[in-house]
Design a protein around this ligand. Structure first.
Ligand code: ATP
Length: 344
């Protein structure tokens, strides 16, 4: 059963990747940024960053603290002024000359909330709607719909400062979506939330994608990137060091998958030597045998044959595939070492 399931997963992933690529090629480019740079005195926080996001994609910017994620978002959304070489296109229109005109395309959930804490939930929405110049009826209709979608309707008359972190974040989403933007920019939207709120947010984000939104999200959370993003930009020290979909990223580092198992009873020296001949990097660790494999299906069959031929029983068998977290740590370490060591 195990083998069959595994093979099917690979086939599905390959097919999915090819169809995703074909599909993406047909879609318009929603965001195209070129040569973004931001300096803070001697520090280059964003160093010549360029990327594209296709319409309807969820793209995650993943990176350690201080990588430049928020600064990239702030350049993209006009909080920081662009340097001369930089360029931003939204649906093929150059926005660098008049960013404010195009800001209406963006719904932003910032790292620090911009809701007024002394206003009620409803007052915040009304105020925001007023800024966009929408008629009162339109704001109220849209606000109610959003409050229902985000499970906030019971809190509409609560003061914002009385809301829990999770509920405040739901309000931030409602505020970002009020003007029906086509692009959502989410700066660490699930950071510090409890697991139930995280799940609700991720489901809402996936629903928004289904509704056709293009979504750029920054996160530290590998699981988040792996489960909701179509593509991941890994950022370190102001630069994009990888731009791939989560499966391809993991596949690239598949060679590090680890097989760990126990053999009931004691192996003879002869049997141990045979095992070492088959798996040249095998080690004994706390009564377990462990080896890394670049073709786990083949190696599992070889191990199975070895156990049958030697009449041995294998117990507690595990294959640990490379997680996106391991890929991320590997890439960050490699990049940092090549630039003179990891930051303490
Ligand atoms: P985190 O995940 O911790 O939010 P980040 O990837 O979003 O990190 P940024 O906030 O973009 O990183 O910061 C990138 C670098 O720029 C950091 O070294 C940070 O200290 C520096 N930086 C950011 N904003 C400013 C500022 N206003 N003045 C001076 N330095 C800044």
């Amino acid at each position: 059963m195990y083998f069959v399931r595994k093979k099917m997963t690979f086939q599905n992933n390959n097919t999915k990747e090819i169809s995703q690529e074909l599909e993406l090629g047909k879609r318009p480019i929603a965001i195209k940024v070129s040569n973004l740079v931001k300096r803070f005195d001697d520090l280059i926080a964003v160093n010549d960053v360029s990327f594209k996001i296709f319409e309807g994609e969820i793209v995650g910017i993943l990176g350690p603290n201080g990588a430049g994620k928020t600064t990239t978002i702030r350049l993209l959304t006009g909080i920081f002024k662009l340097e001369d070489k930089a360029n931003i296109e939204i649906f093929n229109e150059d926005i660098t000359k008049n960013l404010s005109k195009y800001k209406i395309n963006f719904g932003i959930v910032p790292e620090v909330s911009n809701a007024f804490s002394d206003f009620t939930v409803w007052q915040n929405l009304r105020f925001s709607g007023g800024i966009y110049g929408f008629p009162k009826e339109k704001v109220e209709k849209r606000s109610k719909k959003l409050l229902e979608q985000f499970g906030l309707i019971d809190k509409m008359h609560s003061k914002t400062k009385a809301l829990s972190k999770g509920l405040k974040q739901r309000l931030n989403f409602c505020l970002a979506l009020l003007h029906e933007p086509s692009i959502l920019i989410l700066d660490e939207p699930t950071s510090g939330l409890d697991p139930i709120s995280v799940k609700l947010m991720r489901n809402r984000i996936l629903q928004l994608k289904k509704e056709g939104k293009t979504i750029l999200i920054t996160t530290h959370d590998m699981l988040e990137a792996q489960t909701i993003c179509d593509r991941i930009l890994i950022m370190n020290r102001g630069k994009i060091i990888a731009d791939e979909d989560p499966n391809t990223l993991r596949e690239r580092f598949k060679s590090t998958s680890t097989i760990r198992f126990k053999i009931d009873g004691v192996l003879s020296n002869n049997q141990k030597n045979t095992l070492m001949d088959i798996f040249d990097n095998i080690k004994e660790e706390d009564n377990y045998y462990v080896f890394s494999s670049d073709d786990d299906i083949k190696d599992i069959f070889m191990l199975y044959n070895f156990s049958k031929e030697n009449n041995l029983n294998i117990s507690d068998f595990k294959v640990k595939e490379t997680s996106l977290e391991e890929v991320f740590i590997h890439l960050i370490k490699k990049d940092s070492i090549s630039k003179g060591g990891l930051e303490k």
